[in-house]
Design a protein around this ligand. Structure first.
Ligand code: CAA
Length: 259
């Protein structure tokens, strides 16, 4: 397995076409300082343009996926930190990542850590995972998209509860509320996320990218508009679609090329 380390990330390729990115600031519970966000964005940009990557698993460690924005960095940078260009571009790179992104969450996913989870397409959580928006406790709010994305996923009253009280929810509640797809024993979370990534990586990368883009249109557009755009993105104009049909008819495994 190929392994690369950056200052705050560990990047591995556990199987063909699958990349794992592990946040690696354990001592600060993987708090998202500016340097980590920039490394994450860079790594995703690299994965975006690589033909060797079809699905990415994003994870932390046993104690924390991420405890959110780095509170200790806040006095140093002050209010301008929130609008700072590199920070915003980094969040944008995660948001714009066009390949499937799976979160494998153990421990805390708080504040910006929970916001990062909401940018992932599928979320797998260990039984001990805790999700929350505690920003209210420091007289702030989920300003990296959380006030908008969290209610779209779990509904307004539940988002109000989380963001007005600052109280975390456990993994099973997060699953019941639609934030998490599957709860696993804590030591199986990453393994399960990789298994799902391996399934996705078998399929045509053109198809999986289009599916992600089309489902994401849900958040942005009225139904009439997104339905007509869906029709414009018809998959049967690709070589991979021809190959999928041929493989089905010939009773063999398809060989997808991403075209
Ligand atoms: N930023 C910077 N450092 C953090 C951090 C954060 N968000 N969260 C934890 N740490 C650091 C702690 O300061 C501590 O460092 P030291 O050992 O140097 O003192 C280390 O990580 C371990 O943390 P604790 O000792 O506090 O661990 P614990 O198990 O007792 O508590 C916790 C865990 C409940 C998650 C607690 O650390 C905590 O409440 N953290 C803050 C979580 C938070 O408020 N997140 C939201 C930040 S604001 C935001 O994300 C976004 C926004 O849009 C405004």
């Amino acid at each position: 397995m190929e392994k690369k380390s950056r200052k705050h990330l560990i990047i591995e390729t556990p199987s063909p076409y699958v990349m794992t990115i592990r946040l690696n600031r354990s001592k600060a519970l993987n708090a998202l300082n500016k340097a980590l966000l920039i490394e994450l964005a860079d790594t995703l940009r690299g994965a975006e343009s690589s033909n060797e990557v079809r699905c990415v698993v994003l994870t932390g460690d046993e104690r924390a996926f991420s405890a959110g924005a780095d509170i200790k960095e806040m006095p140093e940078y002050g209010i301008p930190m929130w609008g700072e260009k590199d920070r915003l571009l980094s969040w944008r790179a995660v948001e714009k990542f066009s390949k499937p992104l799976i979160a494998a969450v153990n421990g805390w996913a708080l504040g910006g850590g929970c916001e990062l989870v909401t940018l992932c397409d599928i979320v797998i959580a260990g039984k001990g995972a805790r999700f929350g928006s505690p920003e209210v406790k420091i007289a702030a709010f989920s300003g990296d998209g959380g006030t908008q994305r969290i209610p779209r996923i779990i509904g307004r009253p539940r988002a109000m509860y989380m963001q007005l009280t600052g109280e975390p929810i456990d993994a099973e509640t997060a699953r019941d509320w639609g934030l998490v797809v599957e709860v696993t024993p804590d030591d199986k979370t990453v393994k399960r996320a990789i298994e799902i990534a391996e399934i996705i990586a078998k399929w045509s990368p053109v198809a999986t990218r289009m599916i992600k883009e089309e489902i994401r249109m849900n958040d942005k557009m009225p139904l009439d508009e997104s339905l007509s755009l869906e029709r414009k993105l018809l998959l049967w104009q690709t070589e991979d679609h021809d190959e999928g049909i041929a493989a089905f008819v010939e009773k063999r495994e398809p060989k997808f090329k991403g075209r």
